[in-house]
Design a protein around this ligand. Structure first.
Ligand code: GFB
Length: 308
């Protein structure tokens, strides 16, 4: 990629978009274009088209989405469907109509069927029913993948799709009601330690297994795909290792130095039993993750202490 290329990162204020911007800046790209929601509402088709017509990006990374943890997904299926479908339709269609050379769309591991064989291969897409706690988000993301693939087949566009596993890192959402598990547990353990509580509450049974990738590793994978990957076939992005929610809670207690008890709240949903990516396709092409879970949690906790 030419370092002078015009690159639009949609969603640059979020955890993923901000990590991608940091990565591209580190690589020496100077012609980065970003817009806050106040400057450009990605739900507004006319405004999005005017932006593309005016800026004429060469590359687009679509990291703009309504995201959230298990509770937010379950409580707001309408918003998760409509906002994600609208934003991605606006961005992908404008990219096609205004001559973008390459677009990277970001999906999620929740696009795969709830009971798909583990680790999850790209071929498992649309082979069975989805996990109901996040099927609205998953359906929107599947529609985004299909739109990119349709543009590739019908109009020869180089629109690619990466499927990240559960992500975490700086700029994550630490709101206990809407966040994913890892930032929620950092906040809960931090507050339990500060208050001298004898225990900390973890949702569900603690047995579901999840794979966690630091967002800086994801950003490196995205850059790698932008430079090297030119197929409409989706690519998983993960580290290839998972832990149970109990193990995650124990690691977080350890990193934060909290010695209280972990108690499980069975009134809360477990969600899908396991979500581990098969990352063979990406590893075979040369990328590998660098940040281990303990180090990544330490880094994220430092960011939390400075910011929240
Ligand atoms: O990260 P999470 O909210 O979402 O929850 P998913 C993962 C697991 O952690 C579930 C448990 O079994 C939760 O019950 N958990 C334990 C907690 N304590 C907590 C807590 O305090 N907060 C939260 N949030 N969870 C998401 C999807 O699914 O995965 C999204 O909802 C997205 O659509 C994302 O795809 C990658 O991993 O279950």
């Amino acid at each position: 990629m030419n370092r002078e290329a015009r690159i639009f990162v949609a969603g640059h204020r979020g955890m993923v978009g901000s990590a991608i911007v940091r990565r591209l800046q580190k690589e020496g790209f100077k012609n980065l274009h970003t817009r806050t929601r106040q400057e450009l509402d990605l739900m507004d088709r006319t405004a999005v088209r005017a932006f593309f017509e005016n800026v004429r990006p060469d590359y687009v990374v679509d990291a703009a989405a309504r995201v959230g943890g298990i509770a937010a997904n379950f409580e707001k299926p309408v918003e998760f469907l409509i906002e994600n479908l609208t934003i991605q339709n606006n961005v992908i269609q404008a990219a096609a109509d205004f001559g973008v050379t390459k677009l990277l769309f970001l999906g999620s591991s929740c696009i795969y069927p709830k009971l798909a064989p583990q680790p999850l291969c790209e071929e498992a897409l649309l082979t069975g029913p989805l996990e109901p706690t996040n099927d609205a988000y998953a359906i929107a993301k599947i529609a985004g993948i299909k739109l990119c693939q349709a543009y590739a087949r019908e109009y020869g566009k180089n629109f690619i799709s990466g499927m990240p596993t559960n992500l975490y890192g700086p700029n994550d959402n630490f709101d206990l009601h809407t966040s994913h598990v890892l930032p929620a547990l950092i906040r809960k353990v931090h507050e339990a330690k500060r208050a001298g509580s004898k225990d900390v509450s973890v949702w569900g049974s603690g047995t579901p297994r999840r794979e966690f990738l630091h967002v800086d590793d994801l950003a490196e994978a995205c850059f790698f795909l932008l430079e090297n990957y030119n197929s409409p076939e989706i690519v998983n992005i993960g580290c290839g290792e998972d832990v149970s929610i109990r193990e995650l809670a124990e690691i977080i207690c350890d990193v934060l130095g909290y010695e209280g008890e972990i108690v499980f709240d069975a009134s809360k949903p477990d969600g899908t039993p396991r979500k581990l990516m098969n990352v063979g396709r990406l590893l075979a092409s040369g990328w590998k993750p660098r940040i281990g879970l303990q180090d990544g949690i330490r880094d994220t906790y430092e960011w939390f202490l400075k910011t929240c």
